[in-house]
Design a protein around this ligand. Structure first.
Ligand code: FAQ
Length: 338
């Protein structure tokens, strides 16, 4: 499934009819269930069960936070990019991630959760972001590996989300996925260039892939049997595939790319299973995953401290923007009074 498929075969347009009054809760629930059963879209002004709304806010906010925190590991290399061209590409990519975060915070606003409130929950640790961004970027090859593996995993996870049941989330995903595809290609091209270079450069790529392979597998979340949210999110059409299905898709997609690149994926258990028509692979260390999600990863404290400092340093910009908006409003009222 590509982004283009999702765009060319969009979910039917929203049924944004005003609700006839009076309607009881059971009737509203029945209408909602019918929308989900038809694979139609739920829109912001539609009635929705409170748990559906809360699940969406949880997932979309975590997704938004991941995009924003995800700027840090690669941002670490902007000043040290080896050429003007590589610097321009990296700057553009990191800016794209900021844009993705903003679309996603906007999608959350349509559910009644403000950006201020969500940012506070991020910096206080009340909401999560993707485990992957708690690992350090130790070499320039990590920029390529993040593009290839991390954006690659993000695409596997997010292309199906273009068909998620909540309209604003699905529509945001279409553009995000197009940009993530570009990110993945730039990462792969960077690694390919290094693999065509010196022995030291090839070793740098291999070392980077060795570090990022297992955390990339963890991005899809715990195994289905240990995933408390998957069954309900699938029933509501928020998620279109389970964590294990997406992880398998990612492995199958990545193996031939690794062969072409000339790197070895660090899993001796990775073999083609002709009967299943998929690669068998070793599970990542789920204890390590839980530790990272709980806040004990190599960079959790640093990532949150950096985000909190940036938020506090930006207070004057928010105040200035609010003052400017108030002044514009006052001027507009003045003009309308004539
Ligand atoms: N890290 O029951 P499930 C990107 C939590 S964007 C941390 O399976 P669910 C772009 C989960 O929240 C990457 N926590 O949960 C980029 C839940 O906790 P809670 C982000 C995780 O929601 C590239 C608990 O574990 N993408 O990379 C993780 O049904 C390069 C139980 O899990 C998205 O957010 C994890 N990896 O499925 C940016 C995509 N996995 O809240 C910069 C949208 C699970 O109950 C540079 N999200 N948890 O306390 C999703 O598809 C889903 O939320 C899953 C998790 C699949 C991530």
């Amino acid at each position: 499934m590509t982004v283009e498929d999702a765009v060319d075969h969009p979910v039917d347009q929203p049924v944004d009819e005003p609700v006839d009054e009076p309607v009881d809760e059971a009737e509203l629930q029945a209408r909602f269930d019918a929308v989900i059963a038809r694979h139609d879209r739920v829109e912001p002004r539609d009635w929705m069960p409170e748990r559906y709304r809360a699940t969406l806010v949880r997932q979309i906010a975590q997704h938004a936070h991941s995009e924003i925190i995800g700027m840090q590991p690669e941002g670490n290399w902007i000043t040290r990019a080896p050429s003007l061209r590589r610097k321009a590409i990296l700057l553009a990519k990191v800016q794209d991630e900021a844009g993705h975060g903003l679309y996603l915070y906007s999608a959350c606003e349509t559910l009644g959760a403000s950006r201020t409130e969500l940012t506070e929950k991020l910096v206080s640790g009340a909401q999560k972001y993707s485990s992957i961004f708690n690992y350090p970027t130790l070499s320039y090859a990590d920029v390529g590996t993040i593009g290839w593996l991390v954006d690659g995993a993000a695409i596997c996870n997010q292309v199906p989300l273009c068909r998620t049941s909540y309209g604003p989330y699905g529509r945001a995903m279409i553009r995000v996925c197009k940009e993530e595809s570009f990110h993945q290609r730039q990462g792969y091209e960077l690694l390919m260039t290094m693999m065509r270079g010196t022995d030291e450069q090839r070793a740098m790529v291999q070392e980077s892939v060795d570090r990022f392979w297992w955390p990339a597998l963890m991005m899809f979340g715990p195994p289905d049997a240990d995933s408390p949210n998957t069954a309900q999110s699938m029933a509501w059409g928020i998620k279109r595939d389970t964590n294990d299905e997406l992880r398998q898709k990612f492995v199958d997609m990545t193996v031939p790319q690794a062969e072409r690149l000339g790197v070895t994926l660090p899993d001796p258990g990775l073999v083609w299973d002709a009967e299943r028509g998929h690669h068998d692979f070793t599970q990542p260390d789920w204890e390590e995953f839980l530790e990272v999600v709980k806040g004990g990863g190599p960079c959790n404290a640093e990532r949150i401290a950096h985000r909190r400092a940036a938020h506090e340093d930006g207070a004057w910009v928010r105040e200035a923007a609010s003052a400017f908006a108030r002044r514009q409003d006052a001027a507009a009222r003045e003009v309308s009074r004539g």
